[in-house]
Design a protein around this ligand. Structure first.
Ligand SMILES: [Zn+2]
Length: 132
């Protein structure tokens, strides 16, 4: 995401450049809006950097978890666990969207909705078209 800070700075400059009277009613409102925008931009930067940290943390956790999985299941099984074989292609009967469904979801008879049209893809009346 592009930082909106430069855009807020630009607005600041524009307020100065247009010599808007900051003591007029409109000027006061505009000044306050630009100030709030600046606060939002600061907050967004903060959230963004927090999120970066979280993502790094999750990556680290993920790596650690994978190590544990490999130790626990043995390398090959852990590898298979992450394989594409666990997913089957399913085509929505309503809109034709193709999605990939985890086999365990199908085996457990869980319902899954089409992300495109919300059609219940594994619902009743569906013949289970499973490409293996
Ligand atoms: Zn659909």
């Amino acid at each position: 995401m592009d930082s909106i800070k430069p855009k807020v700075s630009y607005l600041h400059g524009m307020m100065d450049g247009l010599s808007i009277d900051e003591n007029s009613k409109e000027g006061k409102v505009l000044k306050e809006i630009v100030k709030v925008l600046g606060d939002i931009a600061d907050k967004l930067d903060e959230i963004e950097s927090n999120q970066d940290n979280l993502e790094m943390y999750i990556d680290t956790l993920d790596d650690d978890l994978q190590d544990v999985e490999e130790d626990f299941y043995g390398f090959e099984e852990a590898d298979e666990f992450n394989g594409e074989d666990e997913f089957v292609e399913h085509q929505c009967q309503q809109c034709g969207e193709t999605i990939y469904i985890d086999k365990s979801i199908i085996e457990n008879d869980e319902h899954i909705k089409c992300p495109n049209c919300n059609f219940d893809m594994l619902g009743e009346g569906n013949d289970e078209r499973v490409n293996d």
